[in-house]
Design a protein around this ligand. Structure first.
Ligand SMILES: [Zn+2]
Ligand SMILES: [Zn+2]
Length: 358
């Protein structure tokens, strides 16, 4: 048992076994009678990110019965991306921790660039993603055509958030506007990488029958086929539908990826809380540097990670090839080197603000 923000949670440390779930392809870990627990107690108030440091070890309270199988099935969706992506849970939520960066290359193919770059984010502890364990059908359905232009509406299995395909002006389809890379993502004003369309490329990684993402209302998002591989039947306006199936093989309500709008969940079939134009709560972004401006005419052509913590973005503008190299330095700051076609370099350094709560 781990205590995060006053909530008792359980960490995913279990080995995997197959269980019958959503078409019989779900992988879930074997439930252990007891595991390692970390007690933080009164220390929580002093923890900047909720993940207690210097905590003592004890036996955890096992989650038992069918509820635990459901939790394990949900947690298992993220397991192909462990240990970079971690899960833990309490009675209400599956918490997902990540740095928000996928292992594929990023930004290549963008033709409408705002000069933002991908930087690791601190989606951990109290700032982790929250997936409701037991989604509840909403009586008031909220469409992403008119709501949720800020923040994420779903979380991909690789720990990368998925935003509304329509950007925060309420009109522009980011995919059609050339704002997305070859994987359907780009970096936001906080240098936070996110997708705006379904990450269909994850279908191979998660394995047949598993969702590629979860909407933030808790319902799964499957790829271009049903969990059993059959063609997708009629979808509602949010890209979702209910499949009852045979006893013991129940899929229930779920969303699908599509190649055209809405690409992902086009709203929420389930209950969510909207605050300030976004699903609440969800992780906060702490921008490292001021937001960039659009750079008309630029096309991003390359992205490399020359060493851990270092990145190199290549782009062309007016037939000139430029680079933006940036790297984490030993003192915790980031150095950005902007190199033009003649080799002229302009450098900037940015130091992260103190951790939240300090
Ligand atoms: Zn975006
Ligand atoms: Zn379906």
């Amino acid at each position: 048992m781990l205590v995060v923000g006053g909530r008792k949670v359980t960490e995913d440390r279990s080995p995997q076994v197959l269980i019958k779930r959503w078409g019989g392809y779900w992988q879930a870990p074997e439930l252990r009678a007891a595991g390692i627990a970390i007690l933080c107690g009164a220390m929580v108030a002093a923890c900047s990110h909720g993940r207690p440091k210097g905590a003592t070890l004890s036996l955890r309270q096992p989650v038992t019965g069918s509820a635990s199988a459901e939790i394990q099935a949900k947690a298992s969706v993220f397991r192909p991306f462990a240990p970079k992506v971690k899960t833990f849970w309490d009675q209400d939520y599956l918490f997902v921790e990540s740095n928000g960066l996928p292992d594929h290359r990023m930004m290549v193919g963008i033709t409408a660039w705002q000069q933002q770059v991908p930087l690791p984010q601190d989606y951990t502890g109290e700032n982790a993603w929250r997936i409701p364990l037991r989604p509840i059908s909403a009586t008031d359905l909220l469409s992403a055509k008119t709501h949720f232009f800020r923040g994420a509406i779903a979380l991909a299995a690789n720990g990368v958030p998925i935003f509304n395909p329509i950007k925060n002006d309420g009109v522009t389809d980011t995919y059609l506007a050339g704002e997305l890379d070859e994987f359907g993502g780009h970096s936001g004003r906080g240098d936070d990488y996110h997708y705006h369309i379904a990450p269909i490329h994850l279908a191979k990684r998660v394995g047949k029958g598993n969702p590629i993402a979860f909407a933030l209302d808790g319902y799964p998002i499957f790829g271009l086929t049903e969990p059993d591989g059959s063609p997708v039947s009629k979808l509602d306006e949010f890209n979702g539908h209910e499949i009852t199936g045979k006893p013991g093989n129940v899929v229930g309500y779920h969303y699908h990826a599509t190649r055209n709008y809405p690409y992902i969940n086009g709203g929420f079939h389930g209950n969510v809380t909207e605050s300030g134009g976004q699903v609440d709560p969800q992780p906060r972004i702490d921008p490292l540097r001021p937001a960039g401006e659009p750079l008309p005419g630029a096309t991003i052509t390359g992205f490399d990670r020359p060493r851990p913590g270092a990145y190199s973005l290549t782009y062309t503008i007016q037939r000139e090839t430029r680079n933006l190299n940036y790297a984490l330095l030993p003192d915790g700051s980031y150095r950005f080197d902007s190199i033009d076609g003649t080799g002229k370099t302009q450098s900037n350094s940015y130091r992260p603000r103190p951790a939240r709560g300090l």
